[in-house]
Ligand binder design. Structure first.
Ligand code: ADP
Length: 528
């Protein structure tokens, strides 16, 4: 038994060791070949190059595999430079610089930035681009250039150029290529795109491609790439954005290397410097914008999810409590305990407010995910209006609600939802006209629509706020409005309900004189 246990732990250890060695070899292999590619493209003195994928790759390897991946960086960097003409001591120096670069950048990201590999927060991308990437690049470029200088591999006159190319190449690789690898590594599955999103995606990508081709063939107008890239950053996730940037940079590099496009200069080194500074600025700006926009969107989504879960969870106990209250009220009525009945009535009233609020929050969640459904039937609009107003007269005791006009026409609507609309408008009319005593409901009809208007003689709404009041969570800010309780969701839901009925809701109002909220509902074809 003990032997078997011992054997299995030894086997496990061997497996873990083999997997570690496998990973090291993999990193060595990729580092070596991507480095070879970079050095073959316009390097300075054969060592410093602007196309330097190994830095991004090494950073991603350490972030994903841990610090213990450092030997792979060290040995592959050493062999790479040794095979490119560096003697022993500068090759060792460069390898040391490259390894320290990856280790220190990883340390900064983990220790100070609390970096997440999915790069889905502003802090991740800002920490990488403004802290880890420049620090790492500075260390590697400085140690590397000094190693070449002290070993007399390069002349003093070329120190500054070597250092500049080195630091820029490393910085861009850590800022753009590492995120590209990390984001794809942490990616699990493609989300199903809605047809409209798919069309939007195709349009933006086509736009980018056209702009790219214009830049390539006109050999100028490089700045026209900005609008479609900004559009991409605002509308799509960071994975799509970084992939597009890497693809664009690769195409541009290939074109420039083949002496084609606006970045071509007399010497390939200069062309690449011009190209990389341009694509670096464009790429980094777009990527930062994409990450920050997506973080905001995710926070918004989480808030919606929270509202949905909280209102669902609250609905169940509130429903039970309402039932208990009804039982209690019946019991106290039988015992003729008037004081208790009165207290229970007051509690029931408050409970109704909470139930309505929870109902509103649930409606908002359903609207957000497109699950807000209507149960339509043909109704004579006047009957519905009179029913609601009769009911509301018991609740709004401070105002007299008068109905004017009639239509006797049928509309095809969800009774409950139109009831909700009118209740909401009447409640607002009463709430925002504390000094008035009348609310007017007018029924009118045109050839195609029934028109219902709710007028109050209260505080009114300033012109600048009249469109905004239909937005979610919007409340007019002002000393008058502050005293009224509310959440700014009633009119948002009301407007959506009317729109789902193919109607329109609007407001006409004069400050300190009152407001008229009107909504239209299409008539059914037949009147009977
Ligand atoms: P709530 O009343 O809960 O704040 P609503 O969505 O119903 O939310 O209304 C949004 C805002 O519109 C209110 O905060 C208020 O400032 C304004 N408003 C709505 N109805 C009226 C009204 N009849 N008179 C004056 N202001 C109104």
């Amino acid at each position: 038994m003990q032997n078997a246990l011992l054997r299995s732990t030894t086997e496990e250890r061997l497996m873990a060791y083999a997997s570690y060695v496998g990973k090291l070899l993999f990193v060595c292999f990729i580092y070596f070949f991507s480095g070879n590619l970079g050095l073959s493209l316009g390097s300075i003195n054969g060592f410093a190059t602007l196309i330097w994928m190994p830095t991004g790759f090494a950073l991603a390897a350490l972030l994903l595999g841990g610090y213990r991946m450092w030997p792979a960086i060290f040995f592959s960097a050493f062999f790479l430079n040794a095979t490119h003409g560096a003697s022993l001591s500068p090759a060792l120096g460069i390898a040391l610089g490259n390894t320290l670069e990856a280790v220190i950048a990883t340390y900064i990201l983990i220790r100070f930035v609390h970096f997440r590999n999915a790069i889905d927060r502003a802090s991740d991308i800002l920490g990488l681009i403004f802290l880890a990437a420049p620090t790492g690049a500075f260390i590697s470029a400085t140690i590397g250039t000094l190693s070449l200088l002290f070993s007399h591999t390069i002349h003093t006159s070329s120190v500054s150029l070597t250092w500049t190319y080195w630091i820029l190449g490393d910085f861009l690789s850590a800022s753009l290529f590492a995120p590209f690898l990390l984001i794809w590594y942490t990616f699990h599955s493609f989300k199903k795109l809605s047809p409209s999103r798919l069309i939007e995606g195709i349009v933006v990508i086509t736009f980018i491609t056209i702009c790219g081709l214009i830049i390539l063939f006109t050999q100028s107008l490089t700045y026209i790439i900005f609008p479609p890239l900004i559009m991409l950053a605002l509308r799509f996730d960071q994975r799509t954005v970084i992939t597009t940037i890497i693809l664009l940079t690769s195409f541009a590099t290939a074109a420039t290397a083949h002496e084609f496009g606006p970045f071509v200069m007399e010497r390939l080194q200069n062309s690449l410097l011009y190209l990389q500074t341009f694509t670096g600025v464009v790429g980094i700006t777009t990527f930062i914008l994409a990450v920050i926009t997506n973080e905001k969107k995710q926070l918004e989504q989480r808030k919606d999810e929270f509202i949905s879960i909280a209102s669902h969870e609250l609905k169940i106990p509130i429903t039970s409590m309402s039932i208990f209250l009804q039982l209690l009220q019946k019991h106290n009525q039988e015992r003729e305990d008037e004081q208790s009945v009165d207290l229970i009535n007051k509690t029931t009233k408050q409970m109704r407010k909470i139930t309505n609020l929870i109902g509103d929050l649930l409606d908002i969640s359903k609207m957000q995910i497109g699950k807000f459904e209507l149960k339509k039937e043909k109704i004579i609009i006047d009957d519905l209006i009179h029913d609601v107003v009769d009911n509301m007269r018991d609740i709004i005791t401070t105002h007299k609600i008068v109905i004017e006009g009639k239509s006797k026409k049928k509309v095809y609507v969800d009774r409950e939802r139109i009831n909700q609309v009118l209740t909401n408008l009447l409640n607002n009319a009463a709430k925002y006209s504390p000094n008035a005593s009348k609310i007017r409901v007018k029924i009118r009809v045109t050839r195609q629509v029934a028109l219902i208007q709710v007028t109050d003689f209260g505080i009114g709404i300033a012109k600048r706020d009249q469109q905004k009041i239909f937005e979610r969570f919007f409340r007019v800010e002002g000393s008058d409005e502050k005293i009224y309780p509310g959440f700014g969701i009633g009119l948002y839901i009301t407007e959506k309900i009317i729109r789902l009925h193919n109607g329109i809701l609007w407001v006409e109002s004069i400050k300190n004189q009152g407001s008229t909220f009107s909504f239209s509902l299409p008539l059914t074809k037949k009147t009977h």
